[in-house]
Design a protein around this ligand. Sequence first.
Ligand code: NOJ
Length: 563
Amino acid sequence: MTQPQTATTAATEPAPAGEQWWRNAVIYQIYIRSFADSDGDGIGDLPGIRSRLPYLRDLGVDAIWITPFYPSPMADGGYDVADYRDVEPLFGQLADAEALITEAHGMGLRVLVDIVPNHSSDQHVWFQAALAAGPGSPERARYVFRQGRGPAGAEPPNDWQSTFGGSAWTRLPDGAWYLHLFAPEQPDVNWEHPEVVADFHDTLRFWLDRGVDGFRIDVANSLKKDQGFPDLGDMDVELLDTHSGPRHPIWDRDEVHGVYRGWRLVLDEYDGERAFVAEAWVTDPQRLAMYVRPDELHTAFNFQYLRAPWEAAALRSTIDECLATTHAVGAPTTWVLSNHDVTRHATRYGRLDHTGGGVAEGERVRPDTPLDLSLGRQRARAATLLTLALPGSTYLYQGEELGLEEVVDLPESVLQDPIWERTHHAERGRDGCRVPIPWTPHGPSLGFGSGEPWLPQPADWAQRSVAAQQGAEGSTLELYRAALALRRAEPAFGEGDMSWQPSPDDTLLFERSDAASGSRVVCAVNLGESAVPLPSYGKVLLASGPLGPQAELPPDTTVWLRV
Ligand code: NOJ
């Protein structure tokens, strides 16, 4: 295995203030339930994260994003928030969150928290008040209540479907229907209501006052609905989801941008460089770029790249289109390969139908597609070096630095994702990418905690544990460390220019350069079926796998070279 040759830079320096750190940061996503459990109840928590901050500092990331840790009945893993300004007892106390922010800052790590504005929990004080107050009350106006259709209003108000399966409407005993784009325990709030707008501003301020560096915005593209609430019929979502076409009644409506212009003003009240990242599954890059215009959000996940197949032409055109569209509005592009909602990329890239797909909830686990996991892991390593060489910021999902795969064979009895029940067991849901992290080769939960983990870990994850990979030549963990250290050391990787270079079919070759420092690096990826000659530049900095004896670049391998 090719080892890093210049990967010794200490990774503890925070990006200096005034440099818009979020433009090229590497941000590590912590799915709190599955990261580190401090109290042995089998569920990760805030003190667990605190205990692992030195690991994250040494890994070399710039920031962390923590998924929701607010009071929640956990109908959707915490994305059903009962109180936006406190901490769920399972995860700790408010003081733990404050200590975590302070300690992370002390180690040079910035902290983003999740904000969930499309819906609250049905246990939120507002929804409880709406239930108690009855039809037509001002309390109900903060949610989306409608009368049903058909005799006695027994049919839902329209044909909208929940993302998790089934109707998006649930009927109360008093006959009124309420909207939930996700689970029935997640009622959509009414973004036409001024109190809703003002209250979310206060929630932003609550966490900004506690020092957070920004927010990841959950389903950022769904807040504003067509107030006519039309049936969808057989409307083609993809057709509607273009920059010039008619707008979809639910997703990515033009009105949503007003919400974020308001949020930006709130953020800009604060000093330091705080930033937003939008989770918006918007297919058209030009539409996505609208979220990152100068007076709106700073960044938005680029899911088009995540969905791209492992093919040179497709990746190149996706990269070009995403860079061009965000560049046009002065924003960076935000790359991501895995998160807590999609099939882990080591598994996606190992599927032998070459689609690279399987990311949408309805197509997540496809046991019928042949899987070569060792190929998937090799490609995942190559994809990581490609991603980290691109201009812009990058999100890493916990465990990808260990080469973890999707756990596709969790027993049905342990599945917790609401998708499993809502689809009447037709879809297993997202638990397979949420299995707790293995830290050590031994113990009841491989070092995750002292008790049984909330989802069982595959036995062979002992060898994938942090302790097993730390310092091990050729391990995926050491590859990530080396890559992140080099990314910090070479100014060309930051906001440096990118230019494609001629290369054989089924390969990608581009140069990054920083005129001020003279730093120049090249990234070459072989996505074909046979080895190609290594491009004739200078020294090999890092490779995702062994290079051939005659310095060839083997299939499914990426190399970084210094020019
Ligand atoms: C997106 C989150 O990432 C996902 O986990 C959640 O289920 C939905 N939004 C609903 O909040």
